[in-house]
Design a protein around this ligand. Structure first.
Ligand code: B3K
Ligand code: ZN
Length: 874
């Protein structure tokens, strides 16, 4: 909280630190009402720094007890102290600094630094949380070897953990003292500490060079039956990184700890990952297939950071996507290998189109490498993560699998143990492949979603197709007149029998049969395809080969044909979505009718046992309201909602017997297994059920039966959601009450229960959401609960959130202001839907804007909220 206006930090102002840190030794003394932290830091002046350079340390909310420099106690005149830093005016070229501070983890509701969650202590230091633990050069380019001693009550905190290997463990007078040593140099953001009364589930992994690694998952005792899947996912991740990237784990122990109060999903601290319990704990009775897949992906993501993030880290926070974009790309490939590559691509494109494209067209739009920020916590965004991963994915497409691997090998070899930049990453790929990626690097610097306009002309006499591609990128805050990007456009030409046609293209160097990629590098290029005896259908941007929008007119018939025949699964889905968007548009205009051919095509897909059921589930799934909104020039949430409902109902009725048959075919009474094939079958079965309940009493009855008889949360939850959305209010209420009775003891299941209600059109009304905020299950201090109720409401229950009188916006505004004081990161994140006011129909947009004004006028805004609000009101 601050009075002065927060200032932006700029990439161009980066300077290397004046002092390097060789060793960090920390002593934590944990007590119920306070914690004492003593540090011993061994500094060495950077040879490039001036001899009289002062030492600057970051620190926030610390009570300074003492400072010793080379053993001498410093006086107040030897240093300057303010709210955010400690500056020691004169220091020698090499010295040891000892600082003692007192902190109050129990009062830490921001969940940054050292805090209490339930009965345990834990830390979250990325990005700038370490400065809430002690005075320190809290920047990622300062890396040192850490030794950590933890002292605590032996009985209350039998488990005391930090990074690296345990090297000492003694107990005296009821206090335990454990020492950890991490031999790998690391920045402070990767530091972690945990103290609690925890149980551990253990396993072993033998690395590719034959070393044995102990794997441990620490949980509160009630969760010990929910650790198996994460452990299995961890072993698969470790093997995958060896096989695909040649990367081996580098300590003898790898630990994961599950905590309930956590601002995001998980954190890759060296050797000691800390996880939001919702992203690691699962058993069949309590976790859905979606949760299982999320756990698998996040366990992999955090593990992969050991190389892409920890061994090679970021020089400064403007390089955040260096580790995040690359690691998301790595975890996406892992998930694709574990399940279905097509389905994973569909899921990722869905996120890009609904969330990232929205960010790119809003007031917080920023490049993958931002050039300024006020609060770095606001930049853990879909642009840094998902668009960053798409950019790495394009490099993979451009270089090919082998070329990409050569590049990453060079990157890891060249920069192991260093804090580097995005430029260094691209340079390594370039050097290993002898290609010039200068032009490609614009992807990192230019914000906004490029639009590729396509024009095609078939010349029957010459048997040629002329394809003209033009690109432009809209202005974004602070950026206009963008330069052309290097856009890999993967495409296929499809003949009338549905097969891909062999392609000869000029300029010829732009294409290989294996990659099927055209490289669009200028604002306009024309490619000529020859030897085409018939006019082909175009399948463009296969595999979502670039994070762009495509503007290409294709008839309904063409889209239906692609939905049925495209050899690229992603484009089958894409064609279906484009068609469905048209249906929804027509429904808005009151003239939607499902054509017989369309009905037949969908019916055939549902009955096709050769196809991956998980893919069919996506093919039959209508675009979400958020997706439809993103494809609308002006967003009218209420109109979108009712048009989508209409199309959904029409499909439910037209395909009633197909959905019923599909359900019966896939419904299984075999015991639940979190295996890919079983998950895929359940996803289609439950999609079929969601339609079936809308058309018949029989479907309703089956949903009730499934709810009652399911041996797993996937089926139970799917049945509950189907009934909640069926419009049969009384029944839905009864089941929601029943669900609460069954599951009130399990916080992770209760979170799902809260989200189902808050995110539904029927049960997520403003009044009901207010009631949920008063419910005994709700807790403002727990980010998962806040997300389950307020996040679900504002992002999914659009028809209620956008209520014309602004009551939905008020609800969110009040929540943001409340959280601004206790947990600024969560407050700022919750605010996102209010920042989109310019895209809404003007009446709603103005009502929303007034709420942003109200927040801006609030007395003391955190940097986090201030940045989002002030940028949104420009
Ligand atoms: N690196 C962390 C995110 C930290 C967020 C800090 N506000 C998790 C991850 O991306 O793996
Ligand atoms: Zn990450």
């Amino acid at each position: 909280m601050r009075d002065a206006q927060p200032q932006a930090i700029h990439l161009q102002d980066y300077r290397a630190p004046d002092y390097w840190l060789d060793a960090t030794e920390l002593e934590f003394d944990l007590h119920e009402d306070h914690t004492r932290v003593d540090s011993r830091l061994t500094f060495r002046r950077n040879s490039a720094a001036a001899a009289d350079a002062p030492l600057l340390l970051n620190g926030q909310g610390l009570e300074l007890l003492s400072i010793h420099l080379n053993g001498t106690l410093l006086d107040a005149q030897d240093y300057q102290l303010d709210e955010e830093s400690l500056t020691i005016t004169t220091v020698p070229a090499e010295f040891v600094l000892e600082v003692s501070v007192r902190i109050d983890p129990a009062a830490n509701t921001a969940l940054e630094g050292l805090y209490r969650s339930g009965g345990m202590y834990c830390t979250q230091c990325e990005a700038e949380g370490f400065r809430r633990i002690t005075y320190y050069p809290d920047r990622p380019d300062v890396m040192s070897v850490f030794t950590t001693h933890i002292n605590a009550d032996a009985e209350q905190y039998p488990v005391l953990l930090s990074n690296g290997n345990k090297v000492a463990d003694t107990t005296e007078g009821g206090r335990r003292r454990v020492t950890w040593h991490d031999p790998h140099k690391k920045p402070a953001y990767l530091f972690a500490l945990v103290a609690g009364d925890l149980l551990v589930k253990e396993d072993q992994f033998t690395t590719m060079s034959g070393r044995n690694v102990t794997l441990q998952i620490f949980v509160e005792p009630r969760n010990i039956d929910k650790t198996e899947y994460a452990l299995d996912a961890l072993k698969r991740s470790m093997r995958w990184d060896e096989e695909v990237y040649g990367r081996e784990y580098d300590l003898d122990i790898f630990m994961i700890v599950a905590v309930d109060d956590f601002n995001m999903g998980a954190m890759e601290n060296k050797g000691l990952n800390i996880f939001n319990s919702s992203c690691v704990l699962a058993n069949p009775a309590t976790a859905t297939d979606t949760a299982y897949q999320r756990i698998e992906a996040i366990v992999a993501h955090e593990y992969f950071h050991n190389w892409s993030g920890n061994r090679v880290t970021c020089r400064d926070w403007f390089q955040l996507s260096l580790k995040e974009g690359f690691t998301v790309f790595r975890d996406a490939c892992f998930s694709a290998d574990m399940h279905s590559a097509t389905v994973k691509r569909i899921e990722d494109a869905n996120i890009m189109r609904t969330v990232q494209f929205a960010e790119d067209s809003g007031p917080m739009a920023h490049p993958v490498q931002p050039d300024s920020f006020i609060e770095i916590s606001n930049f853990y965004t879909v642009t840094i993560y998902e668009k960053g991963a798409e950019v790495v994915g394009m490099l993979h497409k451009i270089l090919g699998k082998e070329g990409f691997r050569k590049g990453t090998d060079l990157y890891f070899e060249r920069h192991d143990g260093q804090a580097v930049t995005i430029h260094d990453f691209v340079q390594a790929l370039q050097d290993a492949n002898k290609v010039d990626l200068t032009l490609f690097k614009r992807w990192y610097k230019q914000a906004g979603t490029p639009v590729v306009q396509v024009e095609s002309h078939y010349d029957a006499t010459a048997q040629q197709l002329h394809l003209t591609l033009r690109q432009h990128c809209p202005d974004t805050p602070g950026q206009s007149n963008k330069l052309p990007m290097w856009i890999p456009v993967q495409l296929g030409l499809i003949g009338s029998n549905g097969d891909d046609l062999p392609v000869q293209v000029s300029p010829a160097n732009a294409w290989t049969e294996a990659s099927q990629v055209l490289h669009l590098t200028e604002s306009e290029q024309t490619f000529v395809f020859s030897g085409l005896a018939e006019e082909p259908r175009l399948s463009l941007l296969r595999d979502f080969s670039a994070p762009v929008k495509v503007d290409f007119e294709q008839s309904d018939e063409d889209l239906l044909f692609l939905l049925q025949h495209d050899s690229d699964g992603f484009n089958r889905w894409d064609a279906g979505q484009r068609l469905m968007l048209r249906w929804i548009d027509r429904a808005r205009a009151g003239r939607f009718r499902l054509a017989a051919a369309e009905q037949q095509a969908l019916s055939a897909l549902l009955a096709d046992t050769q196809l991956d059921p998980a893919m069919v589930a996506y093919l039959l799934n209508l675009p979400s309201e958020a997706y439809i909104a993103e494809f609308s020039a002006v967003i009218d949430p209420l109109a979108i909602h009712s048009a989508r409902r209409q199309v959904q109902q029409a499909l439910a009725v037209a395909l009633a017997s197909d959905f019923a048959a599909c359900y019966q075919r896939l419904h299984s009474t075999a015991p639940y297994q979190p295996q890919p094939a079983a998950m895929a079958a359940r996803s289609l079965k439950n999609l079929a059920l969601s339609y079936w309940v809308k058309s018949s009493a029989e479907g309703m009855e089956q949903a009730r039966r499934q709810y009652q008889q399911a041996d797993n949360m996937t089926d139970q939850m799917a049945a509950l959601v189907a009934l909640v959305n069926s419009g049969e209010r009384v029944q839905a209420e009864a089941l929601l009450a029943d669900f609460w009775q069954r599951w009130q003891h399990d916080p992770l299941v209760v979170n799902q229960w809260l989200a189902v209600q808050a995110g539904s059109a029927e049960f997520g009304t403003v009044e009901q959401v207010q009631a949920l905020l008063q419910h005994e299950a709700f807790d403002w201090r727990n980010p998962n609960k806040v997300r389950s109720v307020l996040g679900a409401f504002a992002n999914q229950s659009l028809v209620n959130f956008h209520r014309a009188d602004g009551a939905g916006y008020d609800l969110l505004t009040d929540a943001v202001l409340k959280l601004n004081d206790s947990n600024p990161q969560i407050a700022a994140r919750l605010l996102t839907p209010l920042t989109r006011w310019q895209r809404l129909v003007p009446a709603a947009g103005q009502v929303m804007k007034a709420r942003l004004q109200r927040i801006k006028e609030h007395g003391s805004l955190s940097k986090d909220v201030y940045e989002v609000v002030s940028k949104s009101l420009i």
